[in-house]
Design a protein around this ligand. Structure first.
Ligand code: MLT
Length: 229
């Protein structure tokens, strides 16, 4: 079975969790691993993240859509397409995305999904053949459209392989059918797109809404996200 659910109410034991924060944390992580970052430590607090600098990690932080002071990088996927990230360890903290990943740790396995690696995640889940929960990061505990649309897109890719009859799955799937012809238009009134537009980072949104750009699946191994082999 396959479903997007509300945490912390849902028990992830025995499931594969796909943590998603399409705008922009998980899109940036997928981009970073695809461009040669070898390990990502997703951490919850700013001070925790900054401490990794002493171990020669790149350190990245975003709060309320803006790069936090004192860090090497923010949360734009464009920061992670540079040659300078190749071969590096990265520690990152973001407002919602890294929290969603860390809240998923009770699952049997934790993957990171985005539109950018949608097909790769779908292939991984088909092979693993276990129950799946999409952990939508939302915004500070609230529902958001973009992560639900990702759940709907993933459900569409998995039609025929998983039972998709949970209410949340049906809703996400229908929403994606309505939106998929013009995701940007559908999302234009969403709270986070408006927030990012105020910060003048429209190109980030356009980049994150592209499907199947990278063939990598980030998977949590202990402390780190690494590319699944
Ligand atoms: C988050 O983790 O809340 C975000 O990815 C916000 C952002 O930087 O767009």
């Amino acid at each position: 079975c396959f479903s997007p659910e509300l945490l912390p109410l849902y028990d992830l034991k025995g499931k594969i969790a796909v943590a998603v924060d399409v705008l922009r944390a998980t899109s940036s992580m997928v981009t970073a691993l695809a461009h040669g970052v070898t390990h990502i430590a997703p951490v919850s607090e700013l001070h925790e993240c900054l401490a990794y600098k002493e171990k020669n990690y790149l350190v990245a932080a975003e709060r309320d859509g803006v790069k936090a002071e004192g860090f090497d990088l923010g949360n734009s996927p464009f920061h992670y397409r540079e040659d300078s990230v190749k071969g590096r360890f990265l520690a990152i903290t973001t407002t919602n995305g890294t929290q969603a990943i860390n809240r998923s740790r009770t699952a049997d396995a934790v993957l990171v999904g985005a539109f950018l690696n949608l097909g790769a995640v779908a292939d991984y889940l088909r092979k693993a053949n276990k129950d799946v929960v999409v952990v939508c990061a939302g915004w500070k505990g609230l529902f958001n459209l973009e992560d639900t649309l990702f759940a709907g897109a993933l459900a569409e890719r998995l039609e025929g392989d998983f039972s998709l009859n949970h209410d949340a799955t049906l809703a996400a799937h229908s929403m994606y059918q309505v939106a998929k012809g013009d995701l940007m238009g559908y999302l234009s009134k969403s709270s986070h797109v408006q927030r990012l537009e105020r910060l003048h980072i429209l190109p980030d949104i356009e980049f994150c809404l592209q499907h199947d750009v990278y063939n990598v699946v980030p998977v949590l191994e202990g402390e780190f996200l690494v590319v699944a082999q």
